[in-house]
Design a protein around this ligand. Structure first.
Ligand SMILES: C[S@@+](CC[C@H](N)C(=O)[O-])C[C@H]1O[C@@H](n2cnc3c(N)ncnc32)[C@H](O)[C@@H]1O
Length: 247
């Protein structure tokens, strides 16, 4: 039962352990030396709230509700090629395959971001669901697919791991490169959606510079979700200086 609750892995295991440690340490001090309660109570509260937040975000029900909210808006169609970047345990990729898409998932399977993260674990989830997904090792900053390959891309809870603006720009460029003109792109992450410290207006600006259009921000419980489209036609016409009609 507990394992099913954490089907998609524990997010940020280092932070969970740090909050847990703070909780136990301050709780023990309060019990042993109640006269220091003023000192240790705030630490206890921080440990409790921080740890609970991380566990709630890792909970399968929460993650599935976030996924369903996001996919409802994206409405993936049968046979579309959809990429889940930073797929982890396959939260989006496996569901997209259930919806009839040709689903792909890439990840670097970092253990700092998700406890026990591995290609083997996501394949186990896939086999349990009796579904086919093409999972491969791949970094968002250098996506291992050719140009214009995907009809849609989703990327959930990855961007908070990219701290350098230059690397985030590389990632945005890569998302644009591997998607077709008009493709839908979804980026979801913990609220507030900062990535490398960017505000919403910086995000909008950076995405628009790479020809993403209709950038829209939504909130879903503890998560911010960006919906946007790739617009390659505008990019191609940038250098056009002639008349647009024959008259
Ligand atoms: C917190 S997990 C989220 C997993 C899944 N998308 C979800 O929402 O449940 C973040 C995932 O991003 C992956 N990741 C981190 N940096 C990455 C990068 N540069 N390229 C690809 N994946 C990355 C991690 O290995 C991890 O699996």
């Amino acid at each position: 039962m507990f394992l099913r609750m954490l089907k998609y892995g524990i997010q940020g295991p280092d932070a969970v352990f740090a909050f847990g440690f703070l909780l136990i340490l301050s709780g023990t001090r309060i019990c042993l030396s109640p006269e220091y309660i003023i000192l240790f109570l705030p630490l206890f509260v921080i440990g409790f709230l921080g740890g609970s937040l991380m566990i709630i975000e890792s909970n399968s029900k929460f993650r599935e509700r976030l996924r369903d909210f996001s996919l409802k808006r994206r409405d993936p169609k049968n046979n579309q090629k959809v990429l889940d970047v930073g797929t982890g345990r396959g939260l989006f990729a496996i569901e997209l395959a259930h919806k009839g898409c040709s689903a792909y998932g890439i990840d670097i399977w970092s253990n700092q971001d998700l406890l026990g993260n591995s290609l083997g674990k996501v394949k186990k989830n896939m086999k349990r669901d009796g579904i086919e997904v093409d999972f491969r090792y791949g970094d968002i900053r250098e996506i291992p697919f050719v140009d214009d390959f995907f009809d849609s891309v989703v990327c959930s809870y990855l961007v908070h791991n990219i701290h350098k603006p230059s690397e985030m720009r590389m990632a945005i460029k890569e998302l644009g490169r591997v998607t077709k003109d008009g493709s839908k792109v979804l980026l979801a992450d913990i609220n507030p959606f900062l990535g490398p410290g960017w505000t919403k207006s910086v995000w909008k600006n950076e995405l628009e510079k790479e020809n993403f259009k209709d950038v829209e921000f939504n909130n879903f419980l503890l998560t911010s979700v960006i919906f946007t489209y790739v617009s390659k036609k505008e990019k191609k016409s940038e250098g056009f200086i002639g008349k647009s009609s024959c008259d």
